[in-house]
Write a protein that binds this ligand. Sequence first.
Ligand SMILES: N[C@@H](CCC(=O)N[C@@H](CS)C(=O)NCC(=O)O)C(=O)O
Length: 151
Amino acid sequence: MPTDELILHKGNGLRRIVFRADSADDGGNAYGVAFVHEVLSRNRVTKGFAPMPRIEIYSSPLCPFCWQARWLLRRKGVEVHKIPIRMYLGVKLPTRAFREMVERSGGDTTVPQIFVDGVYLGTEEHLARLEAAGQLDGILSGQRPVPTPKH
Ligand SMILES: N[C@@H](CCC(=O)N[C@@H](CS)C(=O)NCC(=O)O)C(=O)O
């Protein structure tokens, strides 16, 4: 079921407003979260809040690198959208999600692959490197642009 979602935050994610609507809920979701957001911000209800980046991670079960990345993201308190990649005995099935991941990452067939607001951040190694450099919090809160992954 496609979900329409917008998360606003203030103070580095400590205060949040979450707008979420399942499209099938009301037989059409006539207004959508963007409309509700617009009405609230026109009335200054959301003053000082900024949209939180959407974080996507392509990940497989039984993948220690994926666990590592997801633990780090969970520790940061961010909402993560997991896109499952099926893998059996180390072999990935050529599902739509897999083909999409390879295309979006510029040809990387390994998991995990991480995206922030649709921009490619990289693998768990890039994530750990950004954390070590003290840049991850800024990126995850939308205050710092996502750097191009360096290999
Ligand atoms: N990001 C790491 C690798 C991560 C990794 O090896 N992931 C495993 C799953 S835990 C994987 O995708 N293996 C299958 C493959 O290499 O195609 C790297 O680039 O060296």
